[in-house]
Design a protein around this ligand. Structure first.
Ligand code: GRF
Length: 211
Protein backbone atom coordinates (compact mmCIF):
# COMPACT_ATOMS: atom_id res chain seq x y z
CA UNK A 1 0.00 0.00 0.00
CA UNK A 2 1.26 3.47 -0.89
CA UNK A 3 0.21 5.36 2.15
CA UNK A 4 -0.15 8.80 0.73
CA UNK A 5 -1.36 9.56 -2.76
CA UNK A 6 -1.80 13.31 -2.86
CA UNK A 7 1.74 14.63 -2.55
CA UNK A 8 0.61 18.25 -2.51
CA UNK A 9 -1.69 17.84 0.46
CA UNK A 10 -0.13 19.07 3.67
CA UNK A 11 -0.01 16.50 6.46
CA UNK A 12 -1.34 17.56 9.83
CA UNK A 13 0.92 16.18 12.53
CA UNK A 14 -0.02 15.31 16.10
CA UNK A 15 3.00 14.56 18.29
CA UNK A 16 2.61 12.42 21.42
CA UNK A 17 5.27 12.78 24.14
CA UNK A 18 5.88 11.88 27.76
CA UNK A 19 9.10 13.68 28.63
CA UNK A 20 11.78 16.13 27.61
CA UNK A 21 10.86 16.30 23.91
CA UNK A 22 14.20 16.63 22.11
CA UNK A 23 12.84 14.63 19.16
CA UNK A 24 9.82 16.93 19.12
CA UNK A 25 12.24 19.88 18.97
CA UNK A 26 14.09 18.42 15.98
CA UNK A 27 10.77 17.89 14.19
CA UNK A 28 9.58 21.41 15.01
CA UNK A 29 12.82 22.75 13.55
CA UNK A 30 12.59 20.63 10.39
CA UNK A 31 8.97 21.69 9.78
CA UNK A 32 9.85 25.34 10.42
CA UNK A 33 12.79 25.20 8.03
CA UNK A 34 10.27 24.33 5.34
CA UNK A 35 11.70 20.96 4.32
CA UNK A 36 8.61 19.02 5.36
CA UNK A 37 5.22 19.53 3.78
CA UNK A 38 3.37 19.42 7.09
CA UNK A 39 2.24 21.44 10.04
CA UNK A 40 2.31 20.37 13.66
CA UNK A 41 -1.25 20.96 14.86
CA UNK A 42 -0.95 19.67 18.40
CA UNK A 43 1.42 18.16 20.93
CA UNK A 44 -0.21 15.85 23.47
CA UNK A 45 1.53 14.67 26.65
CA UNK A 46 0.33 12.13 29.18
CA UNK A 47 1.89 14.06 32.10
CA UNK A 48 1.52 17.68 33.16
CA UNK A 49 5.23 18.13 33.78
CA UNK A 50 6.41 16.83 30.39
CA UNK A 51 8.91 19.43 29.17
CA UNK A 52 7.71 18.68 25.62
CA UNK A 53 4.59 20.74 26.42
CA UNK A 54 6.80 23.78 27.15
CA UNK A 55 8.68 23.27 23.90
CA UNK A 56 5.38 23.19 22.00
CA UNK A 57 4.15 26.36 23.71
CA UNK A 58 7.44 28.12 22.99
CA UNK A 59 7.01 27.25 19.32
CA UNK A 60 3.41 28.50 19.29
CA UNK A 61 1.98 25.00 18.91
CA UNK A 62 -1.16 23.87 20.75
CA UNK A 63 -0.04 21.86 23.79
CA UNK A 64 -2.49 19.55 25.55
CA UNK A 65 -2.06 17.38 28.60
CA UNK A 66 -4.23 14.28 28.72
CA UNK A 67 -3.18 13.19 32.17
CA UNK A 68 -2.90 9.40 32.37
CA UNK A 69 -3.53 9.54 36.10
CA UNK A 70 -7.01 11.00 35.74
CA UNK A 71 -8.37 7.94 33.91
CA UNK A 72 -9.17 4.63 35.53
CA UNK A 73 -9.51 2.81 32.18
CA UNK A 74 -6.82 2.84 29.51
CA UNK A 75 -9.47 2.93 26.80
CA UNK A 76 -10.92 6.18 28.16
CA UNK A 77 -7.45 7.72 28.25
CA UNK A 78 -6.83 6.71 24.65
CA UNK A 79 -10.25 7.95 23.54
CA UNK A 80 -9.49 11.31 25.12
CA UNK A 81 -6.22 11.52 23.16
CA UNK A 82 -7.99 10.50 19.98
CA UNK A 83 -10.57 13.21 20.52
CA UNK A 84 -7.82 15.85 20.76
CA UNK A 85 -6.17 14.55 17.60
CA UNK A 86 -9.46 14.50 15.70
CA UNK A 87 -10.35 18.01 16.86
CA UNK A 88 -7.14 19.19 15.22
CA UNK A 89 -7.63 17.17 12.04
CA UNK A 90 -4.45 15.15 12.60
CA UNK A 91 -3.52 12.92 9.65
CA UNK A 92 -0.18 11.55 10.90
CA UNK A 93 0.69 10.69 14.50
CA UNK A 94 4.27 10.94 15.67
CA UNK A 95 5.18 9.11 18.87
CA UNK A 96 8.23 10.91 20.23
CA UNK A 97 9.19 9.46 23.57
CA UNK A 98 5.59 8.55 24.38
CA UNK A 99 5.93 5.98 27.15
CA UNK A 100 2.52 4.27 26.91
CA UNK A 101 1.55 1.24 24.90
CA UNK A 102 -1.48 2.07 22.77
CA UNK A 103 -4.31 -0.44 22.51
CA UNK A 104 -5.65 -2.24 19.46
CA UNK A 105 -8.48 0.17 18.69
CA UNK A 106 -6.19 3.17 18.65
CA UNK A 107 -3.51 1.42 16.59
CA UNK A 108 -6.04 0.11 14.06
CA UNK A 109 -7.62 3.54 13.66
CA UNK A 110 -4.23 5.01 12.69
CA UNK A 111 -2.76 2.02 10.86
CA UNK A 112 -0.10 3.24 8.41
CA UNK A 113 -0.50 6.75 9.83
CA UNK A 114 1.45 6.47 13.09
CA UNK A 115 5.23 6.34 13.57
CA UNK A 116 7.50 5.73 16.53
CA UNK A 117 11.21 6.11 17.19
CA UNK A 118 13.12 3.51 19.18
CA UNK A 119 16.71 3.90 20.44
CA UNK A 120 18.06 0.57 19.14
CA UNK A 121 18.38 -1.27 15.86
CA UNK A 122 15.10 -3.19 15.84
CA UNK A 123 14.26 -6.01 16.17
CA UNK A 124 16.99 -5.98 18.84
CA UNK A 125 16.34 -4.55 22.28
CA UNK A 126 12.65 -3.69 22.22
CA UNK A 127 11.07 -2.08 25.27
CA UNK A 128 11.91 0.67 27.69
CA UNK A 129 15.58 -0.19 28.47
CA UNK A 130 17.11 -0.38 25.02
CA UNK A 131 20.47 1.22 25.91
CA UNK A 132 20.96 -0.86 29.06
CA UNK A 133 20.02 -4.04 27.18
CA UNK A 134 22.38 -3.26 24.28
CA UNK A 135 25.27 -2.61 26.68
CA UNK A 136 24.69 -5.72 28.74
CA UNK A 137 24.39 -7.87 25.63
CA UNK A 138 27.77 -6.57 24.50
CA UNK A 139 26.87 -5.46 20.97
CA UNK A 140 29.48 -3.40 19.11
CA UNK A 141 26.89 -1.47 17.13
CA UNK A 142 23.54 -0.08 18.17
CA UNK A 143 21.47 2.77 16.78
CA UNK A 144 17.91 3.91 16.26
CA UNK A 145 14.87 2.95 14.24
CA UNK A 146 11.81 4.80 12.97
CA UNK A 147 8.94 2.42 12.32
CA UNK A 148 5.22 2.35 11.74
CA UNK A 149 3.28 1.35 14.81
CA UNK A 150 1.45 -1.95 14.83
CA UNK A 151 -0.17 -3.85 17.68
CA UNK A 152 3.08 -5.23 19.07
CA UNK A 153 5.77 -3.51 21.11
CA UNK A 154 8.29 -1.88 18.72
CA UNK A 155 7.42 -4.45 16.04
CA UNK A 156 5.94 -2.42 13.17
CA UNK A 157 7.40 -2.09 9.64
CA UNK A 158 10.77 -0.32 9.67
CA UNK A 159 11.08 2.97 7.77
CA UNK A 160 14.62 4.21 8.51
CA UNK A 161 17.51 3.06 10.73
CA UNK A 162 20.86 4.52 11.65
CA UNK A 163 23.77 2.63 13.21
CA UNK A 164 26.01 4.00 15.97
CA UNK A 165 29.19 2.41 17.40
CA UNK A 166 29.16 1.15 20.97
CA UNK A 167 32.41 1.96 22.79
CA UNK A 168 34.06 -0.16 25.48
CA UNK A 169 33.70 2.57 28.09
CA UNK A 170 30.13 3.54 27.21
CA UNK A 171 27.58 4.05 29.95
CA UNK A 172 23.84 4.14 29.33
CA UNK A 173 24.11 7.93 29.27
CA UNK A 174 26.97 8.20 26.75
CA UNK A 175 25.44 5.63 24.43
CA UNK A 176 22.02 7.29 24.68
CA UNK A 177 23.53 10.68 23.83
CA UNK A 178 25.32 9.29 20.74
CA UNK A 179 22.15 7.57 19.55
CA UNK A 180 20.01 10.64 20.25
CA UNK A 181 22.07 12.69 17.79
CA UNK A 182 21.08 10.21 15.09
CA UNK A 183 17.45 10.14 16.23
CA UNK A 184 17.27 13.87 15.59
CA UNK A 185 18.36 13.27 12.00
CA UNK A 186 16.32 10.22 11.05
CA UNK A 187 12.95 11.14 12.55
CA UNK A 188 12.55 14.31 10.47
CA UNK A 189 13.85 12.34 7.48
CA UNK A 190 11.22 9.59 7.90
CA UNK A 191 8.44 12.16 8.34
CA UNK A 192 9.55 13.96 5.19
CA UNK A 193 9.52 10.71 3.20
CA UNK A 194 5.97 10.08 4.36
CA UNK A 195 4.83 13.61 3.61
CA UNK A 196 6.37 13.45 0.13
CA UNK A 197 4.39 10.27 -0.59
CA UNK A 198 7.56 8.22 -0.93
CA UNK A 199 6.71 5.33 1.40
CA UNK A 200 5.04 2.13 0.30
CA UNK A 201 4.21 -0.56 2.86
CA UNK A 202 4.28 -4.13 1.63
CA UNK A 203 3.70 -6.46 4.58
CA UNK A 204 6.69 -5.96 6.88
CA UNK A 205 8.63 -4.05 4.26
CA UNK A 206 8.61 -0.33 3.68
CA UNK A 207 9.90 0.65 0.27
CA UNK A 208 11.28 4.14 -0.26
CA UNK A 209 10.11 5.29 -3.66
CA UNK A 210 12.25 7.46 -5.95
CA UNK A 211 11.42 11.14 -6.09
C1 GRF B 1 14.21 8.77 22.72
O1 GRF B 1 15.40 8.12 23.02
C2 GRF B 1 13.33 7.89 21.88
O2 GRF B 1 14.04 7.05 21.03
C3 GRF B 1 12.60 7.08 22.91
O3 GRF B 1 12.37 7.97 23.97
C4 GRF B 1 13.35 9.00 23.96
C5 GRF B 1 12.62 10.30 23.92
O4 GRF B 1 13.50 11.40 24.03
N1 GRF B 1 11.41 6.50 22.36
P1 GRF B 1 12.96 12.87 23.79
O5 GRF B 1 11.79 13.06 24.74
O6 GRF B 1 12.56 12.99 22.36
O7 GRF B 1 14.10 13.77 24.15
Amino acid sequence: MIIKRDKDKKEILGVLCSGRGTNLESIIKAVKDGGINAEIAVVVADKKDAFALKRAENAGIKAVCVDYKSFSQREDFENAIMEELKKCGVTLIILAGFMRILGKNFVREYSGRMMNIHPALLPSFVGAHAHRDALSYGVKVSGCTVHFVDEGMDTGPIIVQSAVPVKDDDTEETLAARILEEEHKIYPKAIKLYCDGRLKIDGRKVEILDE
